[in-house]
Design a protein around this ligand. Structure first.
Ligand code: DQA
Length: 145
């Protein structure tokens, strides 16, 4: 049976490719979905979603409890603020990988703390959009181990 990986991108990531390209690069969210899709092992499929709204992201995480084997998430700025997203991820039983396109540790100090890291199996930061591929590969490995 095919297993679904949920790829979630948070606020402002709809502007990927246009927004601060010196930090986030020129690839778009469509490129991200393609890169993530290409990284999947056989027997997996991908559902890719983006929202600027915390509640919508939480609703998708709740749905994933019944429909996804793992979550790859770039929570954007909610990484640093959202206990609610952490709580939702804690209600999900599969593996979670946290991705940041930029190296958040090289940036402002408010980006150094992540609520999501308290839940994630792994955190990838600063690999650009290739980080999504590494995260998807890791989810496939964990789920098939
Ligand atoms: C980001 C880093 C966050 O600090 C920022 O708010 C983002 C993107 C990244 O992918 O590097 O929106 O998650």
């Amino acid at each position: 049976m095919t297993q679904t990986i949920l790829l979630l991108n948070g606020p402002n990531l709809n502007l990927l490719g246009q927004r601060q390209p010196e930090i986030y690069g020129y690839e778009t969210l469509e490129d991200v979905a393609r890169i993530a899709h290409d990284a999947m092992a056989p027997g997996f499929d991908l559902r890719a979603e983006q929202s600027n709204h915390e509640g919508q992201l939480i609703d998708w995480i709740h749905e994933a409890r019944h429909s996804a084997c793992g979550i790859v998430m770039n929570p954007g700025a909610f990484t640093h603020t959202s206990v609610a997203i952490l709580d939702a991820l804690n209600a999900f039983e599969g593996p979670v990988m946290e991705v940041h396109i930029s190296n958040v540790h090289k940036r402002e100090s408010f980006r150094h703390h992540s609520y999501v890291s308290l839940r994630a199996e792994g955190v990838i930061a600063g690999l650009g959009v290739e980080g999504y591929a590494a995260a998807v590969r890791r989810i496939c490995q964990i789920v098939t181990a």
